[in-house]
Design a protein around this ligand. Structure first.
Ligand SMILES: [Fe+2]
Ligand SMILES: [Fe+2]
Length: 280
């Protein structure tokens, strides 16, 4: 069997989708749902509930009184913040491990994903993109395909590296060596796990937002968020800066270079705050 067929066949052996994560993604995607549905979904998993309450009571978020229920947390911090906390916590179990093929130590891919999510949120506010939590989650899950390709990359990294040294982007080198790149694989995982269509497309086109037909605002936002996260330099591993930057995504939102500079400065601050609240 050709290697790319082996890789795609391996998708069948993925574990079941994290239940709470999928429920939260569907709630975010449906404007008719509200805080009751959110609370019911989170309460399905007592571990997630405890984690979220711990974050809410961390120095960064805490008010004068400790929160002891999700209802209180949603009331004080708002539905959007709680949604983002849950997806951040849930994604840790997927992305938190080491990914040696990519040269990533334990926690590196997750930190890159969290910083991309924060960048997407800042960008969404800056350009007036209304679905802020969806943009945040697109950033969080954009590189999910790396968890599958990593195993294969461990064996054939030198071939990928040779192509990058000749000027290819890391993802083009992946495609040349394996016949598939991590963005395609991420979208296939999203499809298998029943993620919303818009999120699946953002994962597929996060390197080439101009190739997404139809409404590609979300794809362009996730692309820019990923680029900002690369400039921040968090959890890059072997791909380093061998990343393509699509100027079309900047033009789409009429952003100026100084807008990106300003968002990058805010991102540094937000990332530090978030790391502190996650460590609580
Ligand atoms: Fe990527
Ligand atoms: Fe990325």
């Amino acid at each position: 069997m050709l290697e790319h067929e082996t890789i795609l066949a391996g998708l069948k052996n993925l574990p079941a989708a994290p239940l709470v994560l999928v429920r939260i993604l569907m709630i975010m995607d449906d404007p008719k749902t509200g805080s009751n549905e959110l609370i019911e979904a989170v309460e399905l998993d007592p571990g997630v509930t405890a984690n979220v309450l711990r974050m809410c009571n961390s120095t960064y978020y805490a008010g004068t009184r400790q929160l002891s229920t999700l209802q209180e947390a949603v009331h004080r911090l708002g539905m959007r913040t709680i949604q983002q906390m849950v997806t951040m916590r849930e994604s840790e179990s997927l992305l938190g491990g080491a990914h040696e093929g990519y040269g990533l130590a334990a926690g590196d891919l997750w930190r890159h994903s969290v910083s991309t999510a924060l960048a997407c949120r800042l960008l969404a506010h800056r350009v007036g993109y209304p679905r802020v939590s969806v943009a945040f989650t697109g950033g969080l899950l954009h590189d999910l395909g790396k968890i599958v390709l990593d195993v294969f990359l461990r064996k054939r990294y030198q071939e990928v590296r040779a192509r990058v040294e000749q000027g290819a982007t890391f993802q083009d080198a992946e495609r040349e060596v394996f016949g598939v790149e991590h963005a395609d694989l991420g979208a296939r995982i999203a499809e298998k796990w029943g993620f919303p269509e818009s999120l699946m497309r953002a994962m597929r086109y996060h390197h080439q937002p101009e190739e997404a037909d139809g409404d590609n605002d979300l794809c362009a936002l996730v692309h820019l968020g990923d680029s900002l996260s690369h400039w921040l330099g968090v959890g890059l591993g072997r791909p380093g800066l061998a990343n393509r930057f699509a100027a079309s995504a900047v033009r789409m939102f009429s952003l100026q270079p100084e807008d990106l500079d300003r968002i990058l400065i805010e991102l540094v601050e937000k990332f530090e705050e978030t790391e502190q609240s996650l460590a609580a």
